[in-house]
Design a binder for this molecule. Structure first.
Ligand SMILES: O=C(O)CCC(=O)C(=O)O
Ligand SMILES: [Fe+2]
Length: 274
């Protein structure tokens, strides 16, 4: 993976709240990532998420029938059942790049997820990510790797530049049929111009967990597949929401506890303290 970024790219990420990196995957990484994702999705069947011990959560399934199911096929925490994906997202080179972008001293995996828009799949309504998670931060981020060319036609990502600077955790919305609900609840963003981010397979986008983003419907007969991973700065604290935390772990937590369990949220990179 190509993790050498320039000071200009760091500044652009911090100013806009997102950054696109061309040719992020190198050599045979695209083929390997596609194959790792396909194998993991096949293994999981209809189950949406893996368990801490590397099994499959049979109580959390996606049937593919309602509106949300047709926004994307969604499978989470593949790193627990696939060594290539685990090695990829826990690579310290990646961790360091993400720390440099976010301006923090350490990063942990929050969760990975493959998001695959089916042929003719529904749009992804505008939303923020971090308010869904079990910690509130202005420095979390996600990497979104295109496994197929992502185009205007098949539902590439769109970002609303600089919204991470004024976004509030309280005014987020669920991803629903109402594509613009986030803008209705943040009327100060009404006049902003969204930026589409078409990508070649192997390119990636990185966005702050407080940057507004969404995607159009897939108007093509082909799939638009992505592999993504969300990262939590080291030292963040529990906000009371379970989100994807395993039930047993969730029940041990109280608000304000540091989320530093290495089995659940592996530490990817930590700057040396001097
Ligand atoms: O793939 C999509 O359509 C949406 C992706 C997204 O919301 C994310 O990666 O946070
Ligand atoms: Fe998102």
């Amino acid at each position: 993976m190509r993790t050498n970024i320039t000071q200009e790219e760091i500044e652009s990420y911090q100013d806009n709240g997102f950054l696109v990196l061309r040719d992020f995957l190198e050599g045979d990484e695209l083929e390997k990532m596609r194959s790792a994702v396909t194998k993991s999705v096949d293994k999981m069947g209809k189950s949406k998420v893996t368990t801490v011990d590397g099994g499959i959560d049979k109580d959390n399934i996606q049937e593919g029938e309602d509106f949300y199911d047709n926004v994307f096929l969604q499978r989470l925490n593949l790193w627990r059942i696939n060594a290539f994906i685990k090695d990829f997202f826990t690579n310290p080179k990646l961790g360091k790049m993400l720390c440099d972008l976010a301006g923090v001293d350490g990063m942990r995996i929050w969760h990975d997820q493959t998001l695959q828009k089916r042929p003719w799949g529904n749009p992804t309504g505008w939303h923020l990510d971090n308010p869904y998670w079990s910690f509130y931060s202005f420095n979390s981020l996600s990497i979104w790797i295109a496994l197929d060319d992502a185009t205007i036609e098949n539902g590439c990502m769109w970002y609303l530049p600089r919204t991470h600077k004024s976004a509030k955790h309280e005014t987020n919305v669920a991803i629903s049929q109402n594509v613009g609900a986030l803008i209705t609840s943040n009327p100060e963003w009404t006049k902003l111009e969204a930026v589409p981010a078409p990508m070649k397979a192997g390119d990636c986008g990185i966005h702050n967990g407080m940057t507004a983003h969404g995607a159009n419907a897939n108007m093509t007969p082909g799939w638009r597949r992505a592999m993504t991973c969300a990262f939590m700065p080291d030292g963040e604290v529990f906000n009371g929401h379970r989100n994807i935390l395993p039930k047993e772990y969730f029940e041990t937590l109280k608000e304000g506890d540091v989320l530093n369990n290495d089995d659940i949220n592996p530490l990817v990179y930590e700057r040396e303290r001097v």
